[in-house]
Design a protein around this ligand. Structure first.
Ligand code: MOS
Length: 763
């Protein structure tokens, strides 16, 4: 075993290499814009240079002079599209701002024209020659900008129904022996997946094929059909590989239907590959947030009062918010809890999901405040968490299905060498470098959604699994293949997996870290249907069918190991008895507690995730603990992060190799969100300034000296048949707090605003 392929502990699958590894490293994997199209035209977007106002006129003379220009589409001649409802309110779109509908401009970088040409270069050249006359209005950029409006999130957004509270916060805080009131800020961030936000559309008669990196092919299919006013059966979305998602591709953006409609009008396939900077404004992002945390505790460290107030920026028309208080009010035992989330409307593009949308900013506040409380109590921060650990969440009193938070703290502390820390700030140094150790908790809700799958088994064991899941780099192909192989008892190399195509049975959005739990549970169920058919063929009597059921393991929550251990089924015999060459089964799985309309919603591309705190009589989260070492140069204030150590427990680990890869990436991103990432906004003009990879800082190898991922063995029989908790969004949570806690330890300076750069260090 190597670090990349950690040994499987109890309740873990094998760390097999990625199913798609060879095709990716040899360049055979085809991404959306690689798809060959017959005689395509190329589109290039013109985006607004102002953030608020309207387009008065265009001058296309220079643009049209470029050889190869075919058409220029603006609000004056754009195909008419139906409006789309916001994703979070049950629609498909990530924004209700529909460009090319009118001359109005709602945000910086809004699409105002699409140039179509015979080549990408011609389209781009012509787009750059388009002259635009604007009427400019004064925009509101962000918090504190004149003209913003602020209102409670509750009641504005169907995803955020309630501000969690319990007991008497005010009284308990007032009476608390120790009180802490602190404020924190997190910045605007953009996902920037490697694959650009491309869209290719090709019509064959009335049938449309869309090649686009999407985290939700069934959502995009139905959403585009709705906007075009055509039957969803006429639309197919194909993306066998997606070059990163992080939430930016969970909901539909306005570009797709526009390109589809122009392709139809031109009667020609169109390829659009927007630039990196356009990706900052034509899709979604993580909005900046503000927090105030109040903690009241007894001298022995027990929390008696907790209040979390958060404010988030959204666009004028859309009340997007992440509302992370749903998590921060439930993480620790506390009898008196209060919270409030507000939305501040500004002249911005609508924000959206970005990896662990609620937990990244909200746990930064809570886990920083817990460290500050530990300092006030003169207590080890790990012990403070232990004292306030709980097996039931305090708001509804529901039990966690499993919770290995302190086990994670203990494992990570041991691996990190936490015991060697001298607790006084500024007490550890080496040469010119101040050394700091810090830690924080992480958690992420366990979610799952209805999913369908089709599995075909041949008598020679060859197996074909079809499910419209998504490979966004997480290892979806691999864990689906492993699940089918284990469940059917066939060799892994005999299993072919087909995902990333809306013609396949629907799976949920690859978001909310639900994919593994949902798709593997569905695939397990359908494999069991196949085994049942085969068993019935060779053992038709009732008693044997009962025995078969037992062996097949179709009990309520079977372990995926059950099927492979003994394989009493002779495939050849069973196929002979059935008299067929192929056995194929289709099935639809839904999680316990899924709403009644689940399958209908699933087939129309709507998300019905259940899990987290929204389950009826339980609460399901994955947990982890992260420890970091930072070094701060006394003279230059340069900040380095030589070590990131995380221990995580997430139910059944389907594949320790792909799991480690996800968690390692998360730790690195978490560090990045503390020290590097921020989208800078020109507040006068409400425009993003550093909309490129040179100025928007992301970590490179030299920024990441050491990352250690520890996978804990955990079994949870109360979540889903696969027994898996999502972990894709687990590791990039809390890291930002751990870093600031370590910076405090190194320097004695508490930093409450991200990102932390060397100019913020004052020692
Ligand atoms: Mo993730 S932000 O739920 O794709």
């Amino acid at each position: 075993m190597t670090a990349a392929a950690p040994e499987a502990k109890a309740n873990m699958g094998r760390p097999v290499p990625r199913y798609d590894a060879v095709s990716k490293v040899t360049g055979r994997a085809t991404y959306a814009s690689d798809m060959p199209l017959a005689n395509p035209a190329y589109a290039f977007l013109v985006t607004s240079a102002i953030s608020k106002g309207r387009v008065d006129n265009f001058d296309f003379d220079d643009a049209r002079a470029v050889r190869g220009v075919i058409d220029i589409v603006t609000h004056q001649n754009a195909p008419k599209l139906k409006e789309s409802k916001l994703f979070s309110n049950g629609g498909y779109a990530g924004t209700t701002i529909q460009p090319l509908k009118s001359p109005d401009i709602a945000h910086d970088g809004q699409i105002i024209a699409v140039v179509i040409a015979e080549s990408y270069e011609a389209a781009r050249e012509a787009a750059n020659r388009v002259k635009v006359g604007y009427t400019v209005a004064a925009p509101s950029a962000t918090f504190d900008s004149p003209g913003t409006t602020t209102a409670a999130a509750k009641g504005q957004n169907s995803q955020f129904k309630e501000d969690p509270k319990v007991g008497d916060f005010a009284g308990a805080f007032e009476a608390a022996e120790i009180q802490l009131t602190v404020s924190y800020d997190t910045p605007t961030q953009h996902h920037n997946p490697m694959e650009l936000f491309s869209t290719s559309c090709a019509w064959i008669g009335d049938d449309l094929v869309i090649y686009e990196p999407s985290q939700y092919v069934h959502g995009l299919k139905n959403g585009v059909a709705e906007q075009l006013g055509i039957d969803a059966d006429k639309v197919r979305v194909v993306n066998p590989y997606v070059g990163g998602g992080f939430g930016s591709r969970g909901s539909m953006t306005p570009r797709t239907a526009i390109i589809a409609a122009i392709a139809k009008r031109l009667n020609r396939p169109i390829k659009l590959v927007p630039t990196r900077d356009q990706g900052f404004t034509i899709t979604t992002y993580r909005a900046e947030t503000r927090h105030e945390i109040k903690l009241g505790a007894s001298r022995d460290g027990k929390l008696v009062a907790l209040r979390h107030e958060g404010a988030e920026v959204s666009s004028r028309p859309d009340a997007y918010c992440v509302g992370g208080t749903k998590t921060t009010t439930r993480l620790y035992a506390c009898p008196n809890v209060d919270s409030l989330v507000s939305i501040v409307r500004a002249d911005r593009n609508t924000p959206g999901f970005m990896r662990s949308p609620p937990e990244v900013p909200y746990l930064f506040a809570l886990e920083s405040a817990m460290d500050e409380l530990a300092v006030k109590l003169d207590m080890d921060p790990v012990e403070l968490r232990r004292i306030n650990d709980t097996t039931t969440e305090p708001i509804g009193g529901k039990p966690y299905t499993s919770r290995s938070l302190m086990a994670c703290f203990d494992e990570a502390a041991k691996a990190f060498g936490w015991a060697q820390r001298s607790p006084q700030p500024k007490s550890m140094a080496e040469g010119d470098w101040l050394i700091g150790y810090g830690c924080a908790a992480t958690c992420y809700p366990t979610q799952m959604g209805p999913a369908a799958a089709r599995v075909r088994l041949q008598r020679d064991s060859r197996t074909r699994v079809e499910i419209a899941g998504h490979e966004i780099g997480t290892g979806a192909y691999t864990v689906i293949a492993q699940t089918a192989a284990e469940r059917l008892g066939v060799p892994l190399e005999k299993v072919a997996v087909f995902i990333g195509d809306s013609d396949l049975p629907p799976a949920p959005v690859a978001g909310g870290s639900n994919s593994t739990a949902s798709t593997c549970s569905a695939v397990m169920m359908v494999c069991d249907q196949i085994r049942q058919r085969l068993f019935k063929a060779v053992m038709p009597s009732d008693s044997l069918t009962e025995k078969a059921k037992e062996t097949v393991g179709i009990s309520k929550a079977p372990s995926t190991q059950a099927a492979k251990s003994d394989r009493p089924l002779d495939l050849e015999k069973a196929f002979d008895a059935l008299g067929v060459g192929v056995v194929e089964e289709y099935g639809e799985w839904k999680p316990e507690g899924a709403p009644l309309d689940s399958f209908r919603a699933m087939h129309s591309g709507h998300v019905r995730l259940v899990g987290g705190h929204q389950m009826k009589d339980k609460i399901a989260y994955a947990f982890g603990a992260e420890f970091v070492e930072v070094r701060v140069n006394r003279f230059t204030h340069e900040i380095r992060c030589p070590r990131l150590v995380g221990a995580f427990a997430a139910g059944r680990i389907m594949n320790p190799r792909t799991a480690r890869s996800q968690l390692m990436g998360g730790l690195i991103w978490g560090m990045s969100s503390a020290l590097l990432e921020a989208t800078e906004i020109d507040e006068r003009n409400a425009r993003y300034v550093n909309d490129n990879f040179a100025d928007y800082l992301v970590p490179v190898n030299a920024d990441v000296a050491g990352v250690e991922v520890i996978l804990l063995s955990e079994q949870d029989d109360h979540i889903n048949p696969a027994g898996a908790k999502g972990l894709g969004e687990l590791a990039n949570v809390g890291t930002n707090a751990a870093i600031c806690n370590a910076l405090y330890h190194a320097t004695g300076q508490r930093i409450r605003k991200l990102p932390v750069r060397l100019e913020n260090i004052e020692v």
